[in-house]
Design a protein around this ligand. Structure first.
Ligand code: FES
Ligand SMILES: [Fe+2]
Ligand SMILES: [Fe+2]
Length: 497
């Protein structure tokens, strides 16, 4: 999408988001639509839970819209074949009719789920949701007209109407995407910090009365954030959940306990105190859970980690290293991993400075750049293969670090293509230097610090493995030839364009 198309679509959506006049009809429609649910009591709530997707763990609406999208798109193709083949295309026509009817049935159910979600939306998102619903209802209406036209024998008018319906559905899909990706409708909004990994004291046990939720904060040093947690004493037991509601971030600590669950004051999602699972919607997503215990009159909590978020508590990691061989044996293994990598960071930084200090027309710049490219690639290789997998258990930084490596490789490729005497090269070199500096510094300040939890022995083992691989990558003839070929290709492809 170029910037002109982008600004056209954002202008159109911006106008919808700013249309305050939509609030009146939205309010009336919302009240009317909510009434049947209220009249139906508990059954109404259960129906809503199904429509939201509370029992499936995800919003239901996006799953259901695949029915009209798939079938109506299929019908568009079948209609085209029918039109092309004339009398011989009747089979295609019949299949298209069926696809449109199946799609219409799916669209009705999807609309019911979408309406349930829309009732809980606010402000600008509610306006966009209203237009999204109107556009998709137009698509459905057009398809029903098309069905009638086809039945009365006006097949070509029916096909045209279906094509118009498909266009409306496409616009409706765009607005639906905007609701999810920009307004975060249906997206998990809870705080999912992994901290605290170990039990930390948070409150005097005597300060937590029965059924009166209480908010405390735990510190996440990596995210530089205080994460709110709600404590609840219910029937004598103490529970702790993330305080930011996963539905839209409502404050659960300002909610109330009902039927063994904690209710969000904003839209009434009710979470099981023990498991964090939503018992009632609109939420579809469990709250972060914390294990609790009381020690010396203080409530202590520890985060129950999400599946796959393997973290190693500090005491376990430290125990692993101190219980093994003595420090003399550990020292004989050589330098620690963070020391090896820090030294290599310094080497890379020095190479940047040397290139920058050379005059632009100096041909040696190209040779130095190639050496830098080679060392940078080796650095990324040894971290990706040895260091990152080992520290993943104790550091949250690894996924971002992998992503940054990809960006560094992209920047390096763009820089290699440029003539080293050009102004554009200067700019790219500066940006690459900044990107490498940012990446290396964040490793040094955060990841290397957290890596200490692996214990000295493990770090020295890793350091040994890193140095061995570094040396092998530098000296192996095959690896060198392969790297040089890659660099030459990068320099050649797209150069001068
Ligand atoms: S924010 Fe909507 S139910 Fe909590
Ligand atoms: Fe790195
Ligand atoms: Fe690094």
């Amino acid at each position: 999408m170029n910037s002109r198309t982008f600004s056209m679509s954002t202008n159109a959506i911006g106008r919808i988001e700013a249309a305050e006049w939509l609030d009146g009809p939205a309010y009336t429609l919302a009240n009317a639509a909510a009434l049947p649910h209220r009249l139906a009591g508990r059954t109404g709530q259960q129906t809503r839970n199904v429509l939201h997707g509370t029992w499936f763990g995800h919003p239901l609406h996006p799953m259901l819209v695949t029915i009209p999208i798939g079938t109506w798109t299929l019908a568009l193709g079948l209609d085209t074949l029918e039109a092309e083949r004339g009398d011989k295309g009747q089979e295609y026509g019949r299949a298209a009719d069926l696809a449109i009817q199946v799609g219409a049935a799916g669209a009705v159910v999807a609309a019911a789920a979408g309406l349930a979600d829309w009732l809980q939306s606010h402000g600008r998102a509610r306006r966009v949701g209203l237009v999204h619903a109107a556009v998709n209802s137009t698509a459905l209406g057009l398809q029903l007209i098309s069905v009638a036209l086809r039945r009365s024998g006006r097949r070509s008018d029916g096909r045209l109407t279906s094509a118009a319906a498909w266009g409306a559905m496409f616009v409706g899909g765009y607005l639906g995407g905007h609701l999810v990706y920009r307004h975060r409708q249906g997206v998990d909004q809870a705080d999912r910090s992994v901290e605290p990994r170990d039990f930390v004291p948070v409150l005097l046990a005597g300060d937590l009365p029965e059924d009166r939720p209480r908010r405390i904060l735990v510190r996440d040093e990596v995210e530089h954030a205080d994460v709110p947690v709600v404590l609840v004493r219910h029937r004598g037991r103490i529970f702790a959940l993330g305080a930011r509601c996963s539905h839209m971030g409502g404050p659960l600590d300002e909610g109330w306990v009902l039927g063994g669950g904690l209710v969000c004051p904003w839209h009434g999602s009710r979470y099981d105190l023990e498991s964090g699972e939503p018992l009632d919607g609109p939420s579809t997503c469990p709250q972060p859970r914390y294990r609790t215990r009381v020690r010396g009159g203080l409530i202590e909590i520890r985060r129950e980690q999400e599946p796959g978020a393997a973290v190693v508590p500090a005491d376990t990691a430290a125990g692993r290293s101190s219980g093994e061989a003595g420090s003399a044996a550990a020292a004989s293994l050589g330098r620690k991993a963070d020391e090896v990598l820090f030294e290599h960071h310094e080497l890379l930084r020095g190479m940047f400075r040397r290139i920058e200090d050379l005059p632009p027309e100096e041909p040696q710049r190209r040779d130095l750049l190639r050496t830098l490219a080679s060392e940078l690639e080796i650095h990324e290789d040894i971290e990706d293969a040895i260091f990152y997998p080992a520290v993943r258990a104790v550091s949250e930084d690894v996924p971002v670090a992998y992503a940054e490596h990809q960006q560094l490789a992209d920047l390096l490729a763009a820089t290699l293509k440029l003539p080293t005497s050009s102004a554009e090269f200067e700019e790219h070199l500066r940006v690459l230097h900044q990107a490498v500096d940012h990446h290396a510094s964040s490793e040094e300040h955060s990841m290397f610090r957290e890596a200490q939890r692996l214990g000295e022995r493990r770090l020295r083992e890793l350091g040994h493995a890193l140095e061995t691989m570094l040396e092998a990558e530098r000296t192996s003839r095959f690896q060198r030839a392969f790297r040089e070929l890659k660099i030459s290709l990068l320099e050649g492809v797209g150069r001068g364009t």
